[in-house]
Design a protein. Structure first.
Ligand SMILES: Nc1nc2c(c(=O)[nH]1)N(C=O)[C@@H](CNc1ccc(C(=O)N[C@@H](CCC(=O)O)C(=O)O)cc1)CN2
Ligand SMILES: Nc1ncnc2c1ncn2[C@@H]1O[C@H](COP(=O)(O)OP(=O)(O)OP(=O)(O)O)[C@@H](O)[C@H]1O
Length: 203
């Protein structure tokens, strides 16, 4: 595919890739999730991390949750992205434990409820995490990414363009979400790597 230059091309590609992953059967999804997590477990960015964010999948997204028992065993603190209230489309990262009270957000994604997230000791800004597992709609061989189009991760990770602490960013997606090349926008925050059910591409 040629590189894409227009917003309408980007929207069409996003729609196409979302259809691709939604067409996977439950069996294919489970297999892909297990393969993904086997690859993730080999990454140094995961091995050295003490605080990791995952996400709860929707719309055919690859499921990173099979990693959870492994992380818990290693005493890694696990966080989920939460739509930050009263703030323009940015994310907080909230502790995910077996007793964390959950609600559906406006996109139908389960997230820790507001009373829980509002307590400071239960959340972190993205810069305080060691590694973020970032859900993707599309990626290319250079680990460029395309998300849901809300700009949530890009906005929440804008600090990556400045000096200071920087977490590792690992994108994850189904192998069928890889394209030849994606346009890079000025606000895009580069990932270290993208991991799929079929392996890992590095920047
Ligand atoms: N599982 C998961 N959780 C996540 C994300 C994600 O991509 N996946 N996010 C990553 O950013 C944030 C939520 N961002 C989202 C952005 C757009 C849509 C979405 O479905 N948009 C619809 C329009 C819906 C509407 O406007 O009401 C669409 O694109 O059709 C969903 C989540 C935080 N949590
Ligand atoms: N740092 C930022 N500050 C303000 N707006 C931003 C920032 N980053 C992205 N945006 C806005 O978010 C919108 C969506 O961006 P884009 O299409 O790149 O989303 P995306 O690749 O799906 O990323 P994400 O996974 O973060 O949603 C764009 O209109 C862009 O202007």
């Amino acid at each position: 595919m040629e590189s894409l230059h227009h917003d309408s091309d980007k929207r069409a590609l996003r729609r196409f890739l979302r259809h691709q992953r939604q067409a996977l059967s439950q069996h294919e999804q489970r297999l892909a999730a297990n393969h993904l997590c086997q690859h993730l477990k080999t990454l140094p960015e995961i091995h050295r991390a003490r605080r990791v964010s995952l996400y709860l999948p929707i719309n055919g997204e690859i499921d990173p949750m099979p990693l959870l028992p492994w992380l818990r065993k290693r005493k890694v603190e696990v966080y989920l992205p939460v739509l930050r209230p009263f703030s323009m489309n940015t994310l907080w990262f909230v502790t995910y434990r077996p007793d964390t009270p959950m609600v559906k957000n406006r996109f139908g994604i389960w997230e820790p409820d507001l009373r829980f997230s509002a307590q400071r000791q239960n959340r972190l800004p993205a810069w305080a995490l060691d590694t973020l597992i970032v859900p993707l709609v599309g990626f290319d061989a250079n680990a460029n990414r395309m998300g849901m189009g809300g700009g949530f991760y890009d906005r929440s990770l804008a600090f990556m363009h400045h000096p200071g602490p920087k977490p590792s960013l690992i994108g994850v997606a189904h192998a069928c979400q890889q394209v030849v090349s994606l346009p890079v926008e000025p606000w895009d925050v580069p990932l270290q790597a993208v991991v799929s059910d079929q392996g890992c591409v590095r920047r």
